[in-house]
Write a protein that binds this ligand. Structure first.
Ligand code: KG4
Ligand code: ZN
Length: 359
Protein backbone atom coordinates (compact mmCIF):
# COMPACT_ATOMS: atom_id res chain seq x y z
CA UNK A 1 0.00 0.00 0.00
CA UNK A 2 2.71 2.60 0.85
CA UNK A 3 4.32 1.84 -2.54
CA UNK A 4 1.05 2.57 -4.32
CA UNK A 5 0.61 5.84 -2.38
CA UNK A 6 4.16 6.83 -3.27
CA UNK A 7 3.58 6.25 -6.97
CA UNK A 8 0.23 8.06 -6.89
CA UNK A 9 1.89 11.08 -5.27
CA UNK A 10 4.59 11.01 -7.94
CA UNK A 11 1.95 10.91 -10.68
CA UNK A 12 0.06 13.86 -9.17
CA UNK A 13 3.30 15.77 -8.66
CA UNK A 14 4.38 15.11 -12.25
CA UNK A 15 1.04 16.14 -13.70
CA UNK A 16 1.44 19.56 -12.07
CA UNK A 17 4.75 20.09 -13.87
CA UNK A 18 5.02 21.88 -17.21
CA UNK A 19 7.46 19.44 -18.70
CA UNK A 20 7.24 15.69 -18.46
CA UNK A 21 10.41 13.66 -18.86
CA UNK A 22 10.04 9.97 -19.60
CA UNK A 23 12.89 7.49 -19.47
CA UNK A 24 12.11 4.88 -22.14
CA UNK A 25 13.56 1.41 -22.66
CA UNK A 26 13.34 -0.75 -25.81
CA UNK A 27 14.65 -4.33 -26.06
CA UNK A 28 12.08 -6.08 -28.27
CA UNK A 29 14.58 -7.50 -30.79
CA UNK A 30 18.29 -6.92 -31.33
CA UNK A 31 18.70 -3.30 -30.23
CA UNK A 32 19.32 -2.42 -26.59
CA UNK A 33 18.02 1.14 -26.41
CA UNK A 34 17.20 3.84 -23.86
CA UNK A 35 16.11 7.45 -24.29
CA UNK A 36 14.83 10.44 -22.36
CA UNK A 37 11.94 12.20 -24.09
CA UNK A 38 10.33 15.43 -22.96
CA UNK A 39 6.59 16.02 -23.52
CA UNK A 40 6.44 13.23 -26.08
CA UNK A 41 8.16 15.21 -28.82
CA UNK A 42 11.56 16.43 -27.71
CA UNK A 43 14.38 13.89 -27.57
CA UNK A 44 16.90 14.72 -24.83
CA UNK A 45 18.88 11.55 -25.45
CA UNK A 46 18.59 8.48 -27.64
CA UNK A 47 21.16 5.75 -27.04
CA UNK A 48 21.25 2.49 -29.00
CA UNK A 49 23.50 -0.50 -28.74
CA UNK A 50 22.92 -2.44 -31.95
CA UNK A 51 23.70 -6.15 -31.88
CA UNK A 52 23.72 -6.39 -35.69
CA UNK A 53 27.45 -7.26 -35.86
CA UNK A 54 26.90 -10.17 -33.48
CA UNK A 55 23.86 -11.60 -35.32
CA UNK A 56 25.34 -11.05 -38.80
CA UNK A 57 27.49 -14.17 -38.36
CA UNK A 58 24.29 -16.22 -38.11
CA UNK A 59 22.42 -14.49 -40.96
CA UNK A 60 19.65 -13.29 -38.65
CA UNK A 61 18.72 -12.59 -35.03
CA UNK A 62 19.39 -15.46 -32.62
CA UNK A 63 16.85 -14.88 -29.83
CA UNK A 64 18.91 -16.44 -27.02
CA UNK A 65 21.99 -14.39 -27.94
CA UNK A 66 19.85 -11.22 -28.16
CA UNK A 67 18.51 -11.74 -24.61
CA UNK A 68 21.96 -12.30 -23.18
CA UNK A 69 23.35 -9.19 -24.85
CA UNK A 70 20.42 -7.10 -23.56
CA UNK A 71 21.24 -8.27 -20.02
CA UNK A 72 24.88 -7.36 -20.51
CA UNK A 73 24.20 -3.86 -21.88
CA UNK A 74 20.92 -2.57 -20.47
CA UNK A 75 22.31 -0.90 -17.33
CA UNK A 76 25.07 0.90 -19.28
CA UNK A 77 22.69 2.09 -21.99
CA UNK A 78 20.17 3.46 -19.48
CA UNK A 79 22.95 5.24 -17.59
CA UNK A 80 24.29 6.72 -20.82
CA UNK A 81 20.80 7.94 -21.78
CA UNK A 82 20.49 9.75 -18.44
CA UNK A 83 23.96 11.29 -18.72
CA UNK A 84 23.37 12.44 -22.31
CA UNK A 85 20.05 14.00 -21.29
CA UNK A 86 21.75 15.63 -18.27
CA UNK A 87 19.10 14.10 -16.04
CA UNK A 88 19.22 12.46 -12.65
CA UNK A 89 16.54 10.08 -11.42
CA UNK A 90 14.84 13.02 -9.66
CA UNK A 91 14.18 14.67 -13.06
CA UNK A 92 12.42 11.60 -14.47
CA UNK A 93 8.61 11.49 -14.20
CA UNK A 94 7.96 7.97 -15.47
CA UNK A 95 9.66 4.84 -16.78
CA UNK A 96 8.35 3.48 -20.09
CA UNK A 97 9.12 0.11 -21.62
CA UNK A 98 8.20 -1.92 -24.71
CA UNK A 99 6.23 -4.95 -23.47
CA UNK A 100 5.41 -6.46 -26.90
CA UNK A 101 5.26 -7.55 -29.63
CA UNK A 102 8.76 -8.97 -30.03
CA UNK A 103 11.03 -11.78 -28.89
CA UNK A 104 9.88 -12.94 -25.49
CA UNK A 105 13.33 -13.31 -23.91
CA UNK A 106 14.46 -9.94 -25.27
CA UNK A 107 11.29 -8.17 -24.07
CA UNK A 108 11.61 -9.73 -20.62
CA UNK A 109 14.97 -8.05 -20.04
CA UNK A 110 13.57 -4.56 -20.72
CA UNK A 111 10.37 -5.20 -18.77
CA UNK A 112 12.23 -6.57 -15.73
CA UNK A 113 14.70 -3.67 -15.78
CA UNK A 114 11.97 -1.05 -16.13
CA UNK A 115 9.96 -2.61 -13.30
CA UNK A 116 13.03 -2.64 -11.08
CA UNK A 117 13.73 1.05 -11.81
CA UNK A 118 10.09 1.99 -11.29
CA UNK A 119 10.10 0.22 -7.91
CA UNK A 120 13.50 1.48 -6.76
CA UNK A 121 12.96 5.09 -7.88
CA UNK A 122 9.28 5.15 -6.96
CA UNK A 123 8.20 6.29 -10.43
CA UNK A 124 5.12 5.29 -12.44
CA UNK A 125 5.58 2.58 -15.05
CA UNK A 126 4.19 2.80 -18.60
CA UNK A 127 3.80 -0.23 -20.88
CA UNK A 128 4.23 0.59 -24.56
CA UNK A 129 3.19 -1.45 -27.59
CA UNK A 130 6.19 -1.53 -29.96
CA UNK A 131 3.98 -0.68 -32.96
CA UNK A 132 2.65 2.40 -31.17
CA UNK A 133 6.29 3.29 -30.70
CA UNK A 134 6.93 3.09 -34.44
CA UNK A 135 3.90 5.27 -35.18
CA UNK A 136 5.03 7.77 -32.54
CA UNK A 137 8.47 8.16 -34.10
CA UNK A 138 6.57 10.52 -36.39
CA UNK A 139 5.51 12.76 -33.49
CA UNK A 140 9.19 13.45 -32.85
CA UNK A 141 9.98 14.25 -36.47
CA UNK A 142 6.77 16.25 -37.10
CA UNK A 143 5.92 18.39 -34.09
CA UNK A 144 2.61 19.49 -35.63
CA UNK A 145 1.34 16.00 -36.51
CA UNK A 146 -1.87 14.95 -34.74
CA UNK A 147 -4.39 12.15 -35.43
CA UNK A 148 -6.53 11.33 -37.32
CA UNK A 149 -4.28 9.80 -39.97
CA UNK A 150 -3.71 6.58 -41.86
CA UNK A 151 -0.49 4.81 -40.90
CA UNK A 152 1.41 2.16 -42.82
CA UNK A 153 3.55 0.36 -40.25
CA UNK A 154 6.05 -1.62 -42.22
CA UNK A 155 8.91 -3.36 -40.46
CA UNK A 156 10.74 -6.67 -40.11
CA UNK A 157 7.90 -8.21 -38.11
CA UNK A 158 4.80 -6.27 -39.29
CA UNK A 159 3.03 -4.82 -42.27
CA UNK A 160 -0.22 -3.19 -41.16
CA UNK A 161 -2.42 -0.36 -42.32
CA UNK A 162 -3.87 1.33 -39.26
CA UNK A 163 -6.54 3.99 -39.09
CA UNK A 164 -5.37 6.15 -36.18
CA UNK A 165 -8.37 8.08 -34.86
CA UNK A 166 -6.37 8.79 -31.74
CA UNK A 167 -3.62 6.80 -30.06
CA UNK A 168 -6.26 4.87 -28.09
CA UNK A 169 -8.65 4.35 -30.96
CA UNK A 170 -6.85 2.44 -33.67
CA UNK A 171 -8.57 0.48 -36.41
CA UNK A 172 -6.82 -2.33 -38.27
CA UNK A 173 -7.62 -1.68 -41.94
CA UNK A 174 -5.42 -4.41 -43.40
CA UNK A 175 -2.20 -6.34 -42.99
CA UNK A 176 0.05 -8.92 -44.51
CA UNK A 177 -1.37 -12.39 -45.04
CA UNK A 178 2.08 -13.98 -44.94
CA UNK A 179 5.53 -12.35 -44.63
CA UNK A 180 6.12 -8.85 -43.36
CA UNK A 181 7.69 -6.63 -46.04
CA UNK A 182 10.96 -6.30 -44.07
CA UNK A 183 11.10 -10.06 -43.62
CA UNK A 184 10.76 -10.51 -47.41
CA UNK A 185 13.55 -7.96 -47.98
CA UNK A 186 15.76 -9.86 -45.52
CA UNK A 187 15.05 -13.25 -47.13
CA UNK A 188 15.76 -12.06 -50.68
CA UNK A 189 18.94 -10.35 -49.48
CA UNK A 190 20.02 -13.61 -47.91
CA UNK A 191 19.46 -15.50 -51.14
CA UNK A 192 21.70 -12.91 -52.85
CA UNK A 193 24.28 -13.58 -50.11
CA UNK A 194 23.97 -10.05 -48.73
CA UNK A 195 24.56 -9.55 -44.99
CA UNK A 196 21.80 -9.19 -42.38
CA UNK A 197 19.74 -7.01 -42.14
CA UNK A 198 18.99 -7.27 -45.83
CA UNK A 199 16.60 -4.33 -46.30
CA UNK A 200 19.27 -1.60 -46.37
CA UNK A 201 21.45 -3.82 -48.61
CA UNK A 202 18.65 -4.31 -51.16
CA UNK A 203 17.98 -0.57 -50.99
CA UNK A 204 21.64 0.21 -51.74
CA UNK A 205 22.05 -2.43 -54.48
CA UNK A 206 18.78 -1.45 -56.21
CA UNK A 207 20.25 1.95 -57.04
CA UNK A 208 22.67 0.14 -59.39
CA UNK A 209 20.04 -2.06 -61.05
CA UNK A 210 17.19 -1.95 -63.54
CA UNK A 211 13.81 -2.22 -61.82
CA UNK A 212 12.37 -3.91 -64.90
CA UNK A 213 15.41 -6.16 -65.33
CA UNK A 214 13.67 -9.25 -63.94
CA UNK A 215 10.05 -10.01 -64.77
CA UNK A 216 8.13 -10.58 -61.54
CA UNK A 217 4.39 -10.83 -60.81
CA UNK A 218 2.36 -7.83 -59.66
CA UNK A 219 0.52 -8.95 -56.55
CA UNK A 220 -3.05 -7.73 -56.23
CA UNK A 221 -5.32 -9.56 -53.82
CA UNK A 222 -8.73 -10.02 -55.34
CA UNK A 223 -11.14 -9.27 -52.51
CA UNK A 224 -10.74 -5.49 -52.65
CA UNK A 225 -9.54 -5.29 -49.03
CA UNK A 226 -6.39 -3.69 -47.76
CA UNK A 227 -4.24 -6.78 -47.18
CA UNK A 228 -0.78 -7.47 -48.52
CA UNK A 229 1.05 -10.59 -49.62
CA UNK A 230 4.77 -10.91 -50.21
CA UNK A 231 5.44 -14.65 -50.13
CA UNK A 232 4.42 -15.30 -53.80
CA UNK A 233 6.73 -12.52 -54.90
CA UNK A 234 9.52 -13.92 -52.76
CA UNK A 235 9.02 -17.42 -54.25
CA UNK A 236 9.12 -15.96 -57.78
CA UNK A 237 12.50 -14.38 -57.05
CA UNK A 238 13.83 -17.61 -55.55
CA UNK A 239 12.56 -19.63 -58.55
CA UNK A 240 14.18 -17.15 -60.93
CA UNK A 241 17.51 -17.47 -59.09
CA UNK A 242 17.31 -21.30 -59.16
CA UNK A 243 16.44 -21.38 -62.86
CA UNK A 244 19.31 -19.07 -63.72
CA UNK A 245 21.74 -21.19 -61.70
CA UNK A 246 20.51 -24.43 -63.31
CA UNK A 247 21.06 -22.93 -66.74
CA UNK A 248 24.46 -21.59 -65.68
CA UNK A 249 23.31 -18.10 -66.62
CA UNK A 250 24.86 -15.07 -65.03
CA UNK A 251 22.66 -13.35 -62.44
CA UNK A 252 22.60 -9.57 -62.22
CA UNK A 253 22.10 -9.14 -58.46
CA UNK A 254 21.37 -5.41 -58.78
CA UNK A 255 18.56 -6.08 -61.29
CA UNK A 256 17.08 -8.76 -59.01
CA UNK A 257 17.20 -6.39 -56.02
CA UNK A 258 15.71 -3.45 -57.95
CA UNK A 259 12.94 -5.53 -59.56
CA UNK A 260 11.94 -7.16 -56.28
CA UNK A 261 12.04 -3.86 -54.36
CA UNK A 262 9.89 -2.17 -57.00
CA UNK A 263 7.15 -4.80 -56.72
CA UNK A 264 7.11 -4.57 -52.91
CA UNK A 265 7.05 -0.77 -52.94
CA UNK A 266 4.30 -0.58 -55.57
CA UNK A 267 2.12 -2.98 -53.59
CA UNK A 268 2.60 -0.92 -50.42
CA UNK A 269 1.73 2.23 -52.34
CA UNK A 270 -1.32 0.91 -54.20
CA UNK A 271 -3.03 -0.55 -51.11
CA UNK A 272 -2.24 2.41 -48.85
CA UNK A 273 -3.44 5.05 -51.30
CA UNK A 274 -6.60 3.11 -52.09
CA UNK A 275 -7.29 2.72 -48.36
CA UNK A 276 -6.73 6.45 -47.74
CA UNK A 277 -9.00 7.39 -50.64
CA UNK A 278 -11.84 5.03 -49.71
CA UNK A 279 -11.72 5.95 -46.03
CA UNK A 280 -11.22 9.67 -46.51
CA UNK A 281 -7.90 10.09 -44.76
CA UNK A 282 -5.92 13.05 -46.04
CA UNK A 283 -2.81 12.39 -43.92
CA UNK A 284 -0.65 9.36 -44.69
CA UNK A 285 2.03 8.38 -42.21
CA UNK A 286 4.78 5.81 -42.77
CA UNK A 287 6.50 4.03 -39.87
CA UNK A 288 8.88 1.13 -39.14
CA UNK A 289 12.20 -0.03 -40.54
CA UNK A 290 11.06 -0.32 -44.17
CA UNK A 291 9.91 3.33 -44.12
CA UNK A 292 13.65 4.09 -44.27
CA UNK A 293 13.72 2.65 -47.80
CA UNK A 294 14.75 5.21 -50.41
CA UNK A 295 12.33 3.98 -53.06
CA UNK A 296 9.41 3.75 -50.60
CA UNK A 297 9.96 7.41 -49.69
CA UNK A 298 10.36 8.42 -53.32
CA UNK A 299 7.20 6.76 -54.70
CA UNK A 300 5.02 7.81 -51.75
CA UNK A 301 6.28 11.40 -52.06
CA UNK A 302 5.52 11.51 -55.79
CA UNK A 303 2.07 9.98 -55.46
CA UNK A 304 1.04 12.02 -52.41
CA UNK A 305 2.15 15.24 -54.05
CA UNK A 306 0.17 14.36 -57.17
CA UNK A 307 -2.97 13.31 -55.30
CA UNK A 308 -2.73 15.98 -52.60
CA UNK A 309 -2.21 13.85 -49.51
CA UNK A 310 -0.08 15.13 -46.67
CA UNK A 311 2.73 12.61 -46.25
CA UNK A 312 4.81 12.07 -43.11
CA UNK A 313 7.66 9.70 -42.37
CA UNK A 314 10.17 9.71 -39.51
CA UNK A 315 13.78 10.84 -39.75
CA UNK A 316 15.91 7.81 -40.60
CA UNK A 317 17.11 7.34 -37.01
CA UNK A 318 13.48 6.97 -35.81
CA UNK A 319 12.46 4.46 -38.52
CA UNK A 320 14.29 1.44 -37.16
CA UNK A 321 14.08 0.34 -33.51
CA UNK A 322 14.96 3.00 -30.93
CA UNK A 323 13.77 4.02 -27.48
CA UNK A 324 12.90 7.65 -28.30
CA UNK A 325 9.80 6.46 -30.18
CA UNK A 326 8.81 4.47 -27.07
CA UNK A 327 9.13 7.61 -24.93
CA UNK A 328 7.00 9.50 -27.45
CA UNK A 329 4.25 6.85 -27.37
CA UNK A 330 4.38 6.65 -23.56
CA UNK A 331 3.50 10.33 -23.25
CA UNK A 332 -0.03 9.56 -24.52
CA UNK A 333 -0.50 7.02 -21.72
CA UNK A 334 0.95 9.47 -19.21
CA UNK A 335 -1.54 12.15 -20.23
CA UNK A 336 -4.39 9.66 -19.80
CA UNK A 337 -2.94 8.33 -16.51
CA UNK A 338 -2.73 4.80 -17.88
CA UNK A 339 -0.02 3.09 -15.92
CA UNK A 340 1.19 -0.47 -15.51
CA UNK A 341 2.04 -2.16 -12.23
CA UNK A 342 4.49 -4.79 -11.04
CA UNK A 343 2.39 -7.52 -12.68
CA UNK A 344 3.44 -6.24 -16.13
CA UNK A 345 4.78 -9.09 -18.25
CA UNK A 346 6.28 -9.40 -21.71
CA UNK A 347 3.57 -10.04 -24.36
CA UNK A 348 5.36 -11.28 -27.49
CA UNK A 349 2.17 -11.55 -29.58
CA UNK A 350 0.02 -8.51 -28.74
CA UNK A 351 -0.36 -7.33 -32.33
CA UNK A 352 -1.27 -3.78 -33.17
CA UNK A 353 -3.90 -2.88 -30.62
CA UNK A 354 -3.35 -1.04 -27.39
CA UNK A 355 -3.92 -3.40 -24.54
CA UNK A 356 -4.68 -1.17 -21.66
CA UNK A 357 -2.44 -2.10 -18.76
CA UNK A 358 -3.82 -2.21 -15.21
CA UNK A 359 -4.51 1.31 -14.07
O1 KG4 B 1 11.37 -1.53 -37.34
P1 KG4 B 1 12.54 -2.43 -37.37
O2 KG4 B 1 13.86 -1.89 -36.91
O3 KG4 B 1 12.29 -3.72 -36.52
C1 KG4 B 1 11.05 -4.35 -36.40
O4 KG4 B 1 10.22 -3.89 -35.60
O5 KG4 B 1 10.87 -5.34 -37.16
O6 KG4 B 1 12.65 -2.96 -38.86
C2 KG4 B 1 13.68 -3.78 -39.28
C3 KG4 B 1 13.38 -4.18 -40.70
C4 KG4 B 1 14.35 -5.20 -41.25
O7 KG4 B 1 13.62 -6.20 -41.91
C5 KG4 B 1 15.19 -4.39 -42.21
O8 KG4 B 1 15.72 -5.15 -43.27
C6 KG4 B 1 14.19 -3.37 -42.69
O9 KG4 B 1 13.45 -3.03 -41.55
N1 KG4 B 1 14.84 -2.16 -43.23
C7 KG4 B 1 14.75 -1.80 -44.53
C8 KG4 B 1 15.55 -0.64 -44.68
N2 KG4 B 1 16.09 -0.33 -43.45
C9 KG4 B 1 15.63 -1.29 -42.59
N3 KG4 B 1 14.10 -2.36 -45.56
C10 KG4 B 1 14.21 -1.76 -46.76
N4 KG4 B 1 14.96 -0.66 -46.98
C11 KG4 B 1 15.65 -0.08 -45.99
N5 KG4 B 1 16.40 1.01 -46.21
ZN1 ZN C 1 10.46 -2.29 -34.72
Amino acid sequence: MPILCGVLCKILEARMKDQIKILAIETSCDETAAAVVQDGREVLSNVIFSQIDIHQKFGGVVPEVASRKHIEYIAHIVEEALIEAECSKEDIDAIAVTYGPGLVGALLVGVAYAKALSFAWDKPLIAVNHLHGHISGNFISHKELEPPFLCLVVSGGHTHILGIKDMYNIELMGGTRDDAAGEAFDKIARSLKLPYPGGPQIDRLSKLGNKEGVKLPTVKLKDGGYDFSFSGLKSSVLNYLNQMKLKNNEINDADVAASFQEKVVKQLLEVTIRCAKENKYNKIVLAGGVSANTRVREVFKEKCQKEKYNLYFPELKYCTDNAAMIGAAAYYSFKKSIFADMKLNACPQIGHLMIKPTK
